[in-house]
Design a protein around this ligand. Structure first.
Ligand SMILES: [Cu+2]
Length: 147
C-alpha cells in the first residue's frame, strides 16, 4: 500500500512538472494599453506595447473582449498620400523585441460593442497566443484627443 502511494506521488509529480512550467509567468509583457473611443463611433482603436522577454517568438493569433463581438489586428499605412488599413492574421514578437501598436500604425480594431465603454474605464481584453496561452490585458479608455 505504501509502495502504491509512493508510486502515485511519483506519477503525480512527473505530470505536475509540465503543469507548473506552463503556469509560469508569460514572457509577454503588455504595457500602456489604451483605447481611443470616439463618442458615437461604432469602432474604436486599441493601442499597446508588447514586449517579448522570452527566448522563443511570441505569436498573437487572436484578441477577444467580452465588451465587443469583433477585435481585429489592423495596420494603418499611407500609400500615395492616402491612409489605408490592412488586416493581419497574426502578430509575431521576436525574442527580446518590443512591438508597439500606436496611432498611425498597428492597432487593434474593435467593433460590435455590446456596451459603449466610458472614458476612464478599464476594459478587459485577452490576447490569444499560438501556443494556446491567453494573456489578460486591461485597456484604459481615453478621449478622442488622447495621444
Ligand atoms: Cu483599423
Amino acid at each position: 500500500m505504501t509502495k502504491l502511494a509512493a508510486c502515485l506521488i511519483a506519477f503525480v509529480a512527473a505530470f505536475a512538472v509540465p503543469t507548473f512550467a506552463a503556469a509560469q509567468a508569460s514572457p509577454l509583457i503588455v504595457q500602456n494599453a489604451w483605447m481611443r473611443k470616439v463618442p458615437g463611433a461604432e469602432t474604436a482603436a486599441v493601442y499597446l506595447v508588447l514586449r517579448n522577454t522570452g527566448v522563443q517568438p511570441v505569436i498573437v493569433v487572436a484578441v477577444r473582449s467580452p465588451v465587443a463581438s469583433n477585435v481585429m489586428l489592423h495596420e494603418t499605412s499611407t500609400v500615395g498620400g492616402q491612409s489605408q488599413m490592412r488586416m493581419h492574421e497574426q502578430l509575431l514578437i521576436a525574442p527580446g523585441k518590443t512591438v508597439a501598436l500606436q496611432p498611425g500604425g498597428l492597432h487593434l480594431m474593435v467593433s460590435g460593442f455590446k456596451k459603449s465603454p466610458l472614458i476612464g474605464q478599464t476594459v478587459p481584453f485577452v490576447l490569444v497566443l499560438s501556443n494556446g496561452e491567453t494573456v489578460p490585458v486591461g485597456v484604459v479608455v481615453r478621449s478622442l484627443g488622447a495621444q
